[in-house]
Write a protein that binds this ligand. Structure first.
Ligand SMILES: [Cu+2]
Length: 658
């Protein structure tokens, strides 16, 4: 159904108690309009001299007033529109009673202009002005935001658009900047304190007893296993719609911000994920999108129906709406607790059906770093090493373990049909080769008929020493031998036993949505990479965390522990491999550089400034050192705040820091 409500109907609707009533028939309560649609473009600033004044203000979201930190009186901050080749001076007036800063996300600037207090410059003290000045040497879609405290969460972010000096290889008739963000009516320090005290505080999607009885979600035995690990598979996002309202260009779902088009036009949508904590799944039901740029840089056009992006990533898409109807733009949060919603329409006041939230995803064993797992390599040793039960973690001790219904994520040969809870894994039996103690599921004769051995996934289980083929080591969820560089401590709850490259996957929860979803492997740079040398060395970094204690870091260390900076030489070509040892996706960002994703695209590797490393996944990229001190961090604001950040120090040869 795509009922259309035009302006005349809205006016008529006023006598019918307003358009909200008319729309309510097909909109979920949270998407019911407080306005018929707001087709207001973002306030824009441009030129060589730009003044940005940062101050407290109020903003209206879905008819409700909220406090915010804005720039020049708006949230998002004004669109800064520049031209490649120009020089820009940005006078930043801090009207707050606290220090602030602006970081130009994705812009290649001298490091003193990069805007990270304590790394690149001292910050902008309360009631003072700082002037940034730098040449614009690139083009595309970028953004800017505070790098001080948690100000970004309060509204201190805005889009940057740089027009190319040469003709744009992307042809379009019209463009719209789409800034997605997450807004809370509560103060961000309150949110962070809640997370510190109880990490699952905002997760209202936990599995419930009534859900269990109704046969929803995980079966009991699977729940018991996750519970034993002291983990929650519904823990897909830290902060959810229970406190967030998801915004498009500063407007809530009920405001219904509207992007106008004429049918048949090529419309360029510049998507910016300016949220603090939210990975979005973006789609426009009924309208395919052709991705033409990623993180500001052109890519070969690729047509998709949906894409996932983490905080700080950007994508440009071309859409060509063919007819006089409205389309809903959906930005569903990765945990499916809520959505940002806007409309594409030929006229203000038109709206289309808002699809319901899809079923929330649950984390899988693959998300726990057990990727490509099958029983032949599985280590049953110390599941008990997880969480608090670290005592009896003897290799081979299967006692009491419940494998039931684990999603081993391997596809073919997965153990899904197998009921391990019925197996007798008793310590003695396991050694003595006895799967013999296993009982078949009720009502079935013969051993393990329900098992799908697939393509030899369980070789060890068919011979006389069934468990022998299994590696009893790899199930240890905290096996530091897998991560020699990681500091042992409470900041590391898990280490991915078998992390896998997930860049060919569509992103958490989008595996089976029934249409085309962008993957990193779909991206091919339009221009040849500027540096195609092979890397001289590799730096491996583990993304580590303890969800229970809300500790986040690299290699088990948080920034406040003053870990050594990551050092590179200017011009040095280095491969960086990120290994996600946590169950959450982390958008990892390096300042001052673009890196070339290693996805088999040769000299046309997609170049990005931020990459979402999926739970239990790995990502490799090659980068060429650019002189300066640069921030390197997770772009989940509270993860960074908790310490998931490092300094990358790049020096010219001979000047390397002592
Ligand atoms: Cu993170």
């Amino acid at each position: 159904m795509s009922r259309v409500l035009d302006r005349r109907q809205v006016l008529r609707g006023a006598t019918l108690a307003g358009s909200g009533l008319a729309l309510s028939a097909y909109m979920p309560a949270w998407a019911q309009p407080v306005s018929a649609g707001i087709a207001k473009p973002l306030p824009t600033v441009s030129g060589d001299d730009i003044t940005l004044k940062i101050a407290h203000q109020m903003m209206m979201i879905d008819g409700r007033q909220s406090h915010a930190i804005g720039i020049n009186g708006t949230v998002p901050a004004p669109l800064i529109r520049l031209r490649e080749g120009q020089n820009v001076r940005l006078h930043v007036v801090n009207d707050l009673d606290e220090e602030t800063s602006i970081h130009w996300h994705g812009l290649l600037v001298p490091f003193q202009m990069d805007g990270v207090p304590g790394i690149a410059f001292p910050g902008i003290p309360a009631r003072s002005t700082f002037t940034y000045e730098f040449p614009i040497i690139q083009s595309g879609t970028y953004w800017y935001h505070s790098h001080s405290g948690l100000q970004e969460q309060e509204g201190h972010y805005g889009p940057i658009l740089i027009d190319p000096k040469d003709p744009d290889p992307v042809q379009f008739d019209r463009e719209h900047v789409i800034v997605l963000s997450d807004h809370s009516f509560q103060h961000p320090h309150y949110l962070f304190d809640r997370l510190k005290k109880e990490s699952g505080y905002f997760n209202r999607q936990r599995q419930t007893l009534s859900g269990l009885l109704a046969g929803k979600d995980q079966p009991l035995k699977e729940r018991l296993m996750w519970g034993k690990m002291r983990m929650d598979p519904a823990d897909v996002a830290d902060v959810t719609a229970s406190t967030y309202t998801y915004l498009v260009n500063g407007y809530g779902p009920k405001d219904n911000w509207t992007a106008l088009f004429r049918p048949g036009e090529r419309v360029r949508l510049r998507f910016i994920n300016a949220s603090s904590m939210t990975t979005f799944n973006v789609r426009i039901p009924g309208l395919p999108m052709t991705i033409v740029a990623a993180d500001g840089l052109n890519v070969r056009p690729v047509q998709i129906d949906e894409f996932q992006f983490g905080p700080a990533e950007t994508y440009d898409a071309i859409v060509t709406p063919p007819d006089m109807r409205a389309y809903t733009l959906v930005g569903e949060s990765v945990d499916r607790s809520g959505m940002a919603r806007a409309t594409l329409a030929p006229r203000e006041g038109m709206a289309a059906e808002v699809p319901p939230l899809r079923k929330r995803p649950l984390a899988t064993m693959k998300d726990m770093g057990m990727g490509g797992h099958d029983m032949s390599t599985m280590d049953h040793g110390s599941m008990q090493g997880m969480g608090s039960a670290a005592t009896g973690a003897q290799a081979g001790s299967m006692a009491g373990m419940d494998h039931g219904g684990m999603d081993h994520g391997a596809g073919a040969g997965s153990m899904q049909g197998m009921d391990h809870s019925q197996m007798n894994h008793g310590a003695a039996g396991a050694a003595a080769g006895a799967m013999a103690g296993m009982t078949a599921p009720q009502g079935q004769s013969g051993a393990m008929p329900g098992m799908d051995h697939g393509s030899g996934a369980m070789p060890g289980m068919t011979d006389r020493q069934p468990m022998a083929g299994m590696d009893m080591g790899s199930m240890n969820m905290r096996d530091f031998s897998k991560a020699p560089g990681v500091k042992k401590g409470p900041g590391v709850q898990t280490i991915s036993a078998m992390p896998v490259d997930r860049t060919g996957e569509p992103g958490q929860g989008l595996e089976n949505v029934g249409h085309r979803v962008l993957t990193y492997r779909d991206l091919v740079a339009l221009d040849r990479n500027p540096d195609t040398r092979a890397p001289e060395r590799e730096i491996k970094l583990h993304l580590t965390g303890n969800m229970e204690r809300y500790m986040w870091g690299f290699d088990g260390e948080k920034l406040s522990e003053s870990p050594d900076p990551i050092t590179l030489l200017h011009g040095e070509r280095v491969r960086v491999t990120l290994i996600n040892d946590t169950m959450m996706g982390h958008p990892i960002h390096i300042h001052g550089h673009f890196f070339d994703l290693v996805t088999g695209k040769g000299a046309y590797a997609p170049r990005k400034h931020t990459v979402l490393v999926q739970p239990g996944g790995t990502v490799s990229w090659d980068v060429t050192g650019e002189e300066g001190d640069w921030a390197f961090h997770c772009h989940m604001l509270y993860h960074m705040h908790a310490g998931m950040m490092r300094v990358v120090q790049v020096r010219k040869a001979g000047e390397a820091a002592a």
